[in-house]
Design a protein around this ligand. Structure first.
Ligand code: ADP
Ligand code: C5P
Ligand code: MG
Length: 228
């Protein structure tokens, strides 16, 4: 793997940002002004789908780590395009500096003029190092929504999505690898947040509307209500 220097080059990753070292840094954004909800769940659990509902009703801004990585992958000026493409096809977690810098830049560009903002950070953090680095250098999260779904249901949804998504990883071979990464690398993050009492867990097996109803109830219990 090449050395990562997300502050060089001409891509979106070249935006000025906080130092990369996680020592002696304070988060770039104030948690009193910036609300971050992480949204986790296996591939195909419905994160993007439910985020769209939350954007509509709660006034959140949706940032998908996967979408930002795919955008960077397609940016001809980025020197990480091929690296990102390889990691995504293999269902592996892209080196965290890249993803965290993309998220930080996206948050910065979407803040209100008074520095406030409410963000759903979808598909992130997928690995413990991402979680720690983001909370130390960007902003501590308020909670993590976790969509719980069986592999059987997720596989069916992903294969179905693959008929039209054009994604390099919505195929049998990549799906198997993505499930392995989810179990081995991403679930420990959910378990860690759960030990801290910071997880809002919702079953994601039922219809989109039923899942959303349960999600809305679970959010209400944490004092998070629709904005209109
Ligand atoms: P993720 O972002 O977690 O990978 P998506 O939101 O993209 O998942 O959903 C994966 C696929 O499953 C999409 O084609 C979506 O339309 C479909 N889908 C999402 N939620 C449900 C649900 N509750 N029931 C049936 N299909 C769903
Ligand atoms: O969330 P999504 O399914 O769109 O993610 C697609 C891929 O992007 C993941 O399988 C992984 O390769 C990469 N990714 C990552 N780190 C994240 C989110 C996504 O490496 N936090
Ligand atoms: Mg998604």
């Amino acid at each position: 793997m090449p050395a990562i220097d997300p502050t060089s080059g001409t891509s979106a990753l070249a935006q000025p940002a906080a130092p990369l070292s996680s020592t002696n840094t304070s988060p770039a954004f104030d948690r009193e002004k910036v609300t971050i909800l992480f949204v986790l769940g296996g591939p195909g659990s419905g994160k993007g789908t439910q985020c769209a509902n939350l954007v509509r009703d709660y006034g959140f801004i949706h940032l998908s780590a996967g979408d930002l990585l795919r955008e960077e992958q397609n940016n001809k000026e980025s020197k990480y395009g091929q690296l990102i493409a390889d990691y995504i096809k293999d269902g592996k977690i892209v080196p965290m500096e890249i993803t965290v810098k993309l998220l930080e830049g996206a948050i910065r560009s979407k803040l209100n003029s008074d520095g406030t903002g409410k963000f759903l950070v979808d598909g992130f953090p997928r690995k413990m190092d991402q979680a720690i680095f983001f909370e130390e250098t960007v902003c501590p999260s308020k909670s993590t929504i976790f969509l719980q779904c069986s592999e059987e249901v997720m596989r069916e949804r992903l294969l179905n999505r693959g008929k039209t998504s054009g994604r390099s990883d919505d195929n049998e071979e990549s799906i198997v690898k993505r499930f392995q990464t989810f179990v081995n690398t991403s679930m420990p993050v959910v378990d860690h947040f759960e030990e801290e009492g910071r997880v809002i867990k919702v079953s994601a097996e039922d219809s989109v509307n039923e899942v959303y109803e349960n999600l809305a109830k679970a959010l209400a219990e944490k004092g998070i209500s629709p904005s209109k």
